[in-house]
Each structure stands twice: as structure tokens, then as C-alpha cells.
Design a protein around this ligand. Structure first.
Ligand code: ADP
Ligand code: ZN
Length: 626
């Protein structure tokens, strides 16, 4: 999690710190209501600033603890906090989670029946709730604006603020309208929060939401509990299954695939192999999508196989892994998606399988994409950064953080390149052999072929295609026997990634670039990453141990009993399991085995309301387990 030392605060003054009373009130709310001991990162500074009536733009990674940054001011300030949130499907869960700790909250959206709507509206006007969740489109309606005028608003919180960015992947036109909040209610402080932001996005958010005068709080984007791994793609589904069985049995996770078809196939494959997996993509009807999302949120250990249509706003804290079976289109997207793992701070994996075909396919998609040249260049630049991350021999985390503008501090010790440093080798000669094959086909025969055929030529294979085209008479035929086919594919992939080779057309044929000429003319050496001969049978990676495995044996048994109790309780109440208690809280209860309500209240995540509601039951489960 974000520790104070990781945090860089821009422009943090103390001149308008709130009065002592309110500072104490914020800490009191944190302890009594939410059951946490202390603020995390700069939650404290943000809360003080907003409680005092200041505007704020908060950038924290997923799991950093953004919600408390507006929920606590909502409770401490007079009036109702209006929270703009883009996903109506999740509002119920957000309100349930607050209700569970005894906070009065409600939401208004199109799913409400008229009676409930009238009730929530009346509660808002009477100031009987502290938080009101609204979708951005609601603010376009006159009726909503009139309603808001009738109540007393203490704060506006704009969640997922990057949705205002037109270049981003989650653009929501209705967010553009949100600058009117400031015009219509100039005296009400606003806090905008997001987990996605390069500095370009950040200034776009500030401008579009009229928050240029707001104080910016920028946390480190590091997610130390996530272990990053990028592996060569061989048999992706089998590799995935091994990951689930070896490292995450019985745990919740998300598997991202590029196409709907591969989502379906992968989900079927996992189910056939005994994994509780569900598909999610835009081609499924809305009811199925909603049902699958509900099951993922509510059950303990469902694996969601999805396109990137899935995930925004999913604040399930115990997603233990995010796996990518296809290459993401940008580092921003990759970081956003992998960030959905391990919100609770416990060890989690981000795993990506990546191969030659990914590069070919993505380059082709860019070539054939709609939009002007500038747009395609933009896409290509994003892909290049993603490829550079895949091919790096440096610490993955350092490279990621640098991409987001944070200086890296050496190796992290919790990514694949730190744990098993890859070798690099001088691949100049190999690159020249491959490039001259492409050159000869192109210049001597006026022909272009894909990677597979070029590799066959280098390996001297007499396939039908080779005989038919008399490619066995080329001078490069059979000159590449020193590398295996997999190694040659690695060479092609890395040359493509570095722009020393290009793919073209519908068949993904290889073509030379300006960079190729430099290599062929010996003006450039090519350092390549060594391909592992066979899938590294990973020594159990440090940090990716299962949540239960880290507990001593008897505590593990207790933890399982607590989980079973939680599952039953959640089912009875129709809420997600994590709304009852998070894994981290159950783990600590299992490890500490408190024997009284007083002891129990000292566990992080046990606030007054939950203590009163579940305290006795928990002590019974512990007594049974003992
Ligand atoms: P974000 O919205 O930034 O992704 P959340 O607000 O969902 O993150 O918080 C992530 C997790 O951390 C939640 O489970 C939350 O309850 C927990 N959390 C937040 N602040 C604290 C704190 N000060 N102490 C302990 N746990 C916290
Ligand atoms: Zn590292």
C-alpha cells in the first residue's frame, strides 16, 4: 500500500487546515465507523483539505483508499455529499457497503421503482442521508437539478474522474457536463478522484472539470503487493490453467481476452477443467452480463473471463489475480486492468502471456483502424510502449513507474525480471540472417511472406510451400540451424517490437524498415532477450502465495470457517461477501483469535456497527474452531 514515504504531495500547504475539532472528528470517524487505526498515505491531508472546504484532485492507484477521501468528509461536513459515479450497476453495492458500517446513504438511478425513488429524494431533502450517489447523466435532467436545489449539499465527489478524458479508454460524454457543478453551486467544495492518469490526462481532467485551482494530491502509483509477470505465450490456455491451479486455487480473478470468441472459448475451457469461470463481453445480453457480474462480486472464488468491457468501478477487494491472454493496447490499459488485483493489499498476481502473433495482430489492427494518420500514430506509440515493457530485461515495475513519470528506484524484487533475471544476448547476426531472408524474398523475387515461412527457410525445412516456390535455392536457406523455431519466433517478435522489422497486409507478411537497413549495414547491434528453453517451472514466486497459505495451519482452518460463516451471512443478506468483512480482516481474526468483544474491536476493519452486529457470532465461530 501507499506508505507515507512513497507519497509525493504537490503543493500541500497547511495554512487553511481545519480546526482541531474537525481533525479529531475525521480520525474518530475512521476508527469508530470504519474500524481502521490510522490514515493511509495522504488520506489525512486530502480529508483535512476537503473538510475545510477546499477543492481537490486526487490521484491514487486502485486500492489506495480513495473512497474514504470523500466518505469521511461527507460525514464530517454539514449537508449531503453528492457522489457522481459512472456505473449504475454498482451503486447498490456501494450503498450496501456503507449501510453495513452504519452510514446513511442512498442512490438515484433509472433502476429504482417510483416509491423507492420518492423515499430517497425525501431523505435527501430532509438531510437524513449523508451520501447520495448519482450517475453523471442524471445531472442533465431538470428534475434532478431542482431536487438538488431543495436539499443542502455539503460536497461533490466525482469518482472515476478520468472518464472526462476524451483520449482515454473510458470516455463518458456526460462527464463533460460536470463543470456546471461549479457554476451552479460555487460554494460547494469538489473532490475528483481517479486511478488512471499520466500527467497529460491529469491536466485534461483539471481543465475539463474546472479544477485548475484545486489542490492536486498525487500518490505513488506503485502497487507493491502485485507481482508482475510477462511470459512467452505457448499454449496460453494451458499456461493459464497451470497458473490458477498452482498459485490461485479457489481464488477470485479476472482473465482478459481480446475477442468475444476467445472469451467464450477460454471460459468453456476453464469450466471443463473444473474452474468456476464465467464469460463477460459486450455481445452478451444485458441480463446475462449483470448476472455474471453479480456472481463474480458475490461469490468468493469466481474467475471472470472478459473483454476489457469488464472491470471499471469493480471494487471487489479480493481479486487475487489478473491474467491477460492477449497483449493490451497500451501501458495505461494494462496498468488499469492489472490494478484490479489486490485492492486489499494482500499478495496478488498480474500475469500476461505474450507472443509473436500478438505483435502481428495489433500492428495489423492499427494499420486497418479508422481515423487519420495522427490517430494511428498515437495508437502505434501506445503499442510501442507496451511492447517495450514486454521485452525489457529491466525490472518491470521500474519501467511501469517511469512510464507514469515516477523515478524508479532500482529493482523491486517482486516481478519476473527481478526474481529470475533474463539473459540478454547479442542477436545481431541472427537479426541479419532473418532480415536478409526478408530482403531476398522481397528484392530478388518480389515476394512477401509471414514469419512462419521465413523461419522455415532459415531452418532449411523442405515444406511444400518451400519446394513450390523453390525457396530452397535461396542463399539463406538453412543458415539458421543454431536457433530453435521458438527462438527464431522470439527474434522476429523482438525485431517487430523495436521497429527493426514491420508486418503488413491481411496476411501479416514481413517487410523491411529504415531500421532494418541499419542492422543489415552493420551500423547497429541488436541485443535480444533470451527465450527460456521451456516454460520456467516457476519456483513458487515470492509474494504470490495464496492468501490462506500464508497463515499457520491452525489459523488457516479457522480462516476457512470464518469464510464459510461470511458466505452464509452474505447470502442471507443478499450482499457481496466483502461487504460483511474483507479477507484481510478475517485473516487477522484467524491469526489473533480474539476472545472478547473488546479484543475483537481492535482488529482492523471491525468498526462499531459491525462489532455490534457480528461480534457475538464471530466469537462463536472462533470458539467452535478452538
Ligand atoms: P480505491 O477506491 O482507491 O481503489 P478503496 O477506497 O476501495 O480504494 O480502498 C481499498 C481498500 O483499502 C478497501 O478495502 C478499504 O476498506 C481499505 N482502506 C482504505 N483506507 C484504509 C485505512 N486507512 N486503513 C485500512 N484500510 C483502508
Ligand atoms: Zn522488479
Amino acid at each position: 500500500m501507499v506508505s507515507p514515504a512513497d507519497v509525493s504531495l504537490t503543493d500541500l500547504a497547511t495554512s487553511d487546515a481545519p480546526t482541531g475539532d474537525k481533525v479529531t472528528a475525521a480520525l474518530d470517524v475512521l476508527r469508530r465507523v470504519f474500524g481502521y487505526d490510522s490514515f493511509r498515505g495522504f488520506q489525512r491531508e486530502v480529508i483535512d483539505h476537503v473538510v475545510a472546504g477546499g477543492d481537490a484532485l486526487v490521484l491514487m492507484p486502485t486500492g489506495g483508499g480513495k473512497s474514504l477521501c470523500y466518505q469521511i468528509p461527507a460525514l464530517v461536513r454539514d449537508g449531503v455529499a453528492v457522489v457522481i459515479s459512472p456505473l449504475i450497476a454498482l451503486m447498490q453495492d456501494q450503498v450496501d457497503a456503507l449501510t453495513a458500517v452504519g452510514v446513511r446513504a442512498g442512490f438515484l438511478n433509472s433502476t429504482l421503482d417510483p416509491d423507492t425513488r420518492r423515499l430517497v429524494e425525501a431523505e435527501f431533502v430532509a438531510g437524513e442521508i449523508d451520501l447520495l450517489y448519482l450517475a453523471p447523466e442524471a445531472l442533465a435532467s431538470r428534475a434532478t437539478l431542482n431536487l438538488l436545489d431543495r436539499g443542502r449539499i455539503g460536497l461533490f465527489a466525482i469518482d472515476e474522474a478520468h472518464c472526462v478524458s476524451q483520449w482515454g479508454h473510458d470516455f463518458r460524454p456526460d462527464y463533460l457536463n460536470l463543470s456546471m457543478l461549479h457554476e451552479r453551486w460555487p460554494g460547494v467544495p469538489r473532490i475528483a478522484l481517479t486511478a488512471t492518469a499520466t500527467s497529460a490526462t491529469r491536466s485534461e481532467i483539471a481543465t475539463r472539470l474546472s479544477l485548475t485551482g484545486a489542490r492536486h494530491f498525487v500518490a505513488s502509483f506503485d502497487r507493491p503487493n502485485i507481482q508482475y509477470r510477462i511470459v512467452p505465450k505457448r499454449e496460453p490456455r494451458k499456461q493459464l490453467l497451470a497458473l490458477l491451479r498452482d498459485e490461485h486455487p479457489g481464488e477470485a480473478g479476472i482473465v482478459y481476452c481480446l475477442s468475444r470468441a476467445s472469451v467464450e472459448k477460454t471460459a468453456e475451457f476453464l469450466v471443463a477443467n473444473g474452474v468456476d469461470a464465467l464469460p463477460y463481453h459486450a455481445g452478451l445480453d444485458a441480463a446475462t452480463r449483470a448476472a455474471n457480474q453479480q456472481r463474480f462480486l458475490r461469490a468468493d472464488a469466481v474467475v471472470m473471463v472478459a473483454t476489457i468491457a469488464f472491470g471499471m468501478g469493480i471494487d471487489k477487494p479480493d481479486v487475487r489475480f489478473v491474467a491477460h491472454l492477449d497483449l493490451p493496447k497500451s501501458v495505461e490499459g494494462y496498468y488499469q486492468e492489472t490494478g484490479r488485483a489486490g485492492r486489499d493489499g494482500l499478495p496478488s498476481s498480474a500475469w500476461l502471456a505474450y507472443g509473436l502473433q500478438d505483435v502481428v495482430q495489433q500492428r495489423k489492427m492499427i494499420d486497418t483502424s479508422e481515423g487519420d494518420l495522427a490517430h494511428r500514430r498515437n495508437l502505434a506509440a501506445h503499442l510501442d510502449a507496451m511492447l517495450a515493457l514486454c521485452e525489457t530485461v529491466r525490472c518491470r515495475r521500474a519501467q511501469l513507474l517511469e512510464y507514469f513519470g515516477e523515478p524508479a528506484t532500482g529493482g523491486c524484487g517482486n516481478c519476473d525480471t527481478c526474481l529470475e533475471p533474463p539473459e540478454s544476448w547479442d542477436g545481431t547476426v541472427a537479426a541479419q540472417k532473418l532480415l536478409s531472408t526478408v530482403f531476398r524474398l522481397d528484392r530478388e523475387r518480389n515476394q512477401r511472406f509471414g514469419a512462419g515461412h521465413c523461419i522455415d527457410i532459415l531452418l532449411g525445412r523442405s515444406t511444400d510451400k518451400i519446394t513450390q516456390h523453390r525457396h530452397d535455392s535461396l542463399t539463406v536457406f538453412g543458415i539458421g540451424g543454431e536457433l530453435s523455431e521458438a527462438e527464431w519466433r522470439g527474434v522476429v517478435r523482438q525485431l517487430l517490437a523495436e521497429g527493426l522489422l514491420a508486418v503488413e497486409g491481411d496476411y501479416g507478411t514481413l517487410a523491411l524498415t529504415d531500421g532494418s537497413a541499419e542492422v543489415l549495414g552493420r551500423r547497429r547491434t541488436v541485443m535480444l532477450r533470451r527465450e527460456a528453453a521451456r516454460p520456467a517451472k516457476a519456483a513458487k514466486p515470492r509474494g504470490a502465495a495464496t492468501v490462506v497459505a500464508e497463515l499457520p495451519a491452525e489459523a488457516a482452518g479457522t480462516f476457512e470457517r470464518l469464510r464459510a460463516w461470511r458466505a452464509a451471512t452474505a447470502k442471507e443478506q443478499g450482499v457481496p461477501a466483502y461487504v460483511i468483512f474483507h479477507d484481510a480482516t478475517l485473516r487477522q481474526i484467524a491469526a489473533d483469535t480474539p476472545s472478547s468483544l473488546a479484543e475483537l474491536s481492535r482488529i482492523s476493519g471491525v468498526g462499531e456497527n459491525k462489532l455490534a452486529k457480528y461480534g457475538e457470532q464471530l466469537l462463536e465461530v472462533l470458539a467452535d474452531a478452538a
